[in-house]
Design a protein around this ligand. Structure first.
Ligand code: ADP
Length: 317
């Protein structure tokens, strides 16, 4: 099957800064792919390269198997969904959805709006202004507006980032459901790890202009490919003793060959996370069922670990 989107060894520099370096990626048909990275790691640049606002210095971009590297944005058949959905507030839902069809002089716009509204379950709000509808409905309208032109792939640039926590949570699960119903390929960009975990079939974590790892969230948590991923992914960073990396729950507290002095504890339900350091100052977080006072020295053993290679430094710069 042809990938919906493929980047092949793409490099982009601004002046002397290598923002994207030798990056490769494929997004499959019907896949929800999440690009996760802290700010400044090149997420916007990557989107611009895919959309065609920027051109790579090296490498190629393919959509539906076709080389689009030198094509302008309007020849790429990509739908963009932005932060807050960027709907036109003075227009009705119908007018918002019909707008791109009129812009591109597409035949029979009325029927197309009716069909797509039925598919997205918004037929009954077509005459409302977008300011009068809920956040979830706005999301559907934004997707409807994007889908009417039958795009090959949807690019979503932190669309949920300005919503407050509760609305955001609902919008997120709704978005995942919609994507599954539509069966379309989504490339979703975010700096929010929880969002990536909830949405992504696969996640690509950006670091230093490259994908440090591309995998499911679970895989990345259980089998980080580098110490950097071990540190970055998860509620708590991975612990390290030399080249051995282990999660807080991959330990048994109470006895064992290692010891740590506790300096704080965090209770979550009936689980306790003990924070502290070993004699050499190495910071640790261990999962326990027993509470400990700050200053207590405890023994622990490691029940499972990842052995990183020698050349993979623990440095997380
Ligand atoms: P993100 O979206 O992850 O925050 P960006 O893609 O916006 O990251 O930026 C990545 C890096 O590239 C930053 O260091 C930024 O300063 C630099 N950068 C982005 N656009 C330009 C530009 N037009 N000219 C020079 N540097 C840029």
């Amino acid at each position: 099957m042809t990938a919906k989107l493929e980047l092949r060894n793409v490099t982009k520099t601004y002046g002397k800064t290598n923002v994207i370096s030798d990056m490769s990626l494929t997004v499959e048909e019907g896949e929800f792919f999440v690009v996760l990275g802290p700010s400044g790691t090149g997420k916007s640049t990557l989107l611009k390269l895919i959309v065609g606002i920027e051109q790579p210095d090296k490498g190629k971009v393919f959509i539906d198997g076709k080389d689009v590297t030198r094509l302008p944005p309007n020849k790429r058949n990509i739908a963009m969904v932005f932060q807050n959905y960027a709907l036109y507030p003075n227009m009705t839902v119908y007018q918002n959805i019909a707008f791109p069809l009129k812009m591109h002089r597409i035949a029979n716009p009325k029927q197309k709006v009716i069909d797509i509204s039925a598919k997205l379950n918004i037929s009954d709000i077509l005459n409302k202004r977008v300011t009068q509808i809920s956040g979830g409905q706005q999301q559907r309208v934004a997707l409807a507006r994007a889908i009417v032109r039958n795009p090959s792939i949807f690019l979503l640039d932190e669309p949920l980032s300005n919503l407050d926590a509760r609305v955001r949570y609902t919008a997120r699960s709704e978005l995942k459901k919609l994507q599954q119903e539509l069966g379309q390929s989504f490339l979703f960009v975010t700096h929010d790890q929880k969002e990536a975990e909830a949405l992504g079939d696969r996640i690509g974590v950006l670091h230093s202009g490259k994908f440090e790892q591309i995998a499911t969230y679970k895989d990345m948590y259980e089998n980080p490919s580098t110490p950097w991923i071990g540190d970055f992914v998860g509620d708590f960073p991975m612990n390290f003793i030399g080249r051995m990396g282990f999660r807080p729950e991959w330990t048994t507290v109470g006895s064992g060959e290692y010891s740590m002095t506790v300096d704080s504890e965090e209770s979550i339900g009936d689980v306790v996370f003990l924070h502290g350091s070993m004699d050499d100052g190495n910071r640790m977080i261990l999962k326990s069922t027993v509470r400990e006072k700050p200053g207590n020295s405890i023994k622990f053993s490691i029940t499972r670990h990842i052995a990183f290679e020698q050349n993979q430094s623990k440095s997380i710069a």
